[in-house]
Design a binder for this molecule. Structure first.
Ligand code: NAD
Ligand code: TYD
Length: 365
């Protein structure tokens, strides 16, 4: 069986759903259910013997040791993390706790368990660490995309804590021989994305007639990947990746934020026309013609990385992975998913979500 951490979050839940659709192998899903964890994402697996859920913290060594001893996983796929850059700016400590200390404790528990395996099981064991392209820092407009050999230069508390976890994973392979794999992926989007991140925030704000807050000039570039493509890449790396290697995962979709927001607005104009739905501007109360009327430039994020771009050629060359979705197909599916799942959105917009929106955007010019 697989031990998946963070499998109730955005990417983790997409991974668990995809895994269960493609294989019969059971999944033990360990998740603390922070604000970002949501068991509703896994509702379609309710009652399935293939999926076992444990609510717990990756910093809890006693729990980890017990889970390894009882369930004897053949592999760990480690998603659990604090993942939002803006939250890391306002409160970095949780990022060090979960991303650095938590990954360390998970590595220690995995090493203890793995050390006691026979030689064949030891060789077959895998610890797959899911990381981000943000560890490489920021690119200028004409710089080549990040490759696996680009030096680490993290700029936010989030990316620094992920870089710290990547270094620990590397050290456990180098020092103890633990068979690790690391994936560094670009920005994901798709179903079950918590609406604090750019794309889902813009969709849910637009449908409510609320401002669409674009940081600074909106010319920052991200390289977008549909979440199911990321999950397929992780399955491929788990299956055929070389222990000790890192693999960059990206969508070959560099886009400026303002263009992403314009695209979301155009899709909503097509699929959920504002006048037809009676959507009004939440500030002025005036009937809304086009969703793009809601775009509002606000104060930039401190230390905002200007451009990320991933060179995913190693993964294609060595393991034959390429994304299946283009940005155009993936973003259309995503907008359609949010329109069809407004109950899911309403359920995650609880009191703590509203507090976050007030803290983050309330004082922004
Ligand atoms: P997310 O914030 O949606 O989900 C994180 C999950 O981890 C949640 O279910 C949360 O409850 C759980 N968690 C948090 N702290 C925990 C702890 N101490 N113990 C146990 N569980 C805990 O994040 P995501 O966007 O799904 O990202 C998953 C992983 O992928 C992260 O490691 C992130 O760094 C990485 N990643 C994300 C992106 C992206 O665009 N979202 C891109 C590249 C890499
Ligand atoms: P985000 O989804 O937070 O991902 P990351 O910071 O990990 O790349 O943000 C994506 C981009 O969108 C980033 O350049 C910041 C920008 N952004 C806004 O302009 N407005 C917003 O309200 C948010 C949440 C993000």
């Amino acid at each position: 069986m697989l031990l998946v951490t963070g499998g109730a979050g955005f990417i983790g839940s997409n991974f668990v759903l995809q895994w269960c659709a493609h294989t019969d192998e059971p999944v033990l899903n360990l998740d603390a259910l922070t604000y970002a964890g949501n068991l509703a994402n896994l509702q379609s697996l309710a009652g399935s013997p293939q999926h076992m859920f444990v609510q717990g913290d990756i910093r809890d060594s006693a729990l980890l040791n017990r889970l390894f001893a009882e369930h004897k996983p053949r592999a760990v796929v480690h998603f659990a993390a604090e993942s939002h850059v803006d939250r890391s700016i306002l409160g970095p400590e949780a990022f060090v706790e979960t991303n650095v200390v938590g990954t360390f404790r998970l590595l220690e528990a995995a090493r203890t368990y793995w050390s006691g395996l026979d030689e064949a099981a030891k060789a077959a064991f895998r610890f797959l660490h899911v990381s981000t392209d943000e560890v490489y820092g920021t690119l200028g407009p004409n710089d080549p995309a990040f490759s696996e050999t680009t030096p680490y230069a993290p700029n936010s508390p989030y990316s620094a804590s992920k870089a710290g976890s990547d270094h620990l994973v590397r050290a456990y392979q180098h020092t103890y021989g633990l068979p690790t794999l690391t994936t560094n992926c670009s920005n994901n989007y798709g179903p079950y994305h918590f609406p604090e991140k750019l794309i889902p925030l813009m969709i849910v704000n637009a449908l409510a007639g609320k401002p669409l807050p674009v940081y600074g000039d909106g010319q920052q570039i991200r390289d977008w990947l549909y979440v199911e493509d990321h999950c397929a890449a992780i399955r491929r790396v788990l299956e055929a990746g070389q222990p000790g290697e890192t693999y960059n995962v990206g969508g070959w979709n560099e886009k400026a934020n303002i263009d992403i927001v314009q695209t979301v607005c155009a899709l909503l104009d097509e699929l959920a026309a504002a006048p037809d739905r009676g959507v009004r501007d939440a500030r002025s109360g005036a009937p809304l013609g086009r969703y793009a009327e809601l775009i509002t430039h606000v104060t930039d994020r401190p230390g905002h990385d200007r451009r990320y771009a991933i060179d995913a050629r190693k993964l294609e060359r060595e393991l034959g992975w390429r994304p299946a979705e283009t940005f155009e197909t993936g973003i259309r599916k995503t907008v359609q998913w949010y329109l069809a799942n407004q109950e899911w959105v309403a359920a995650v917009q609880d009191g703590s979500y509203r507090d976050w929106v007030q803290t983050q955007y309330g004082a922004r010019a």
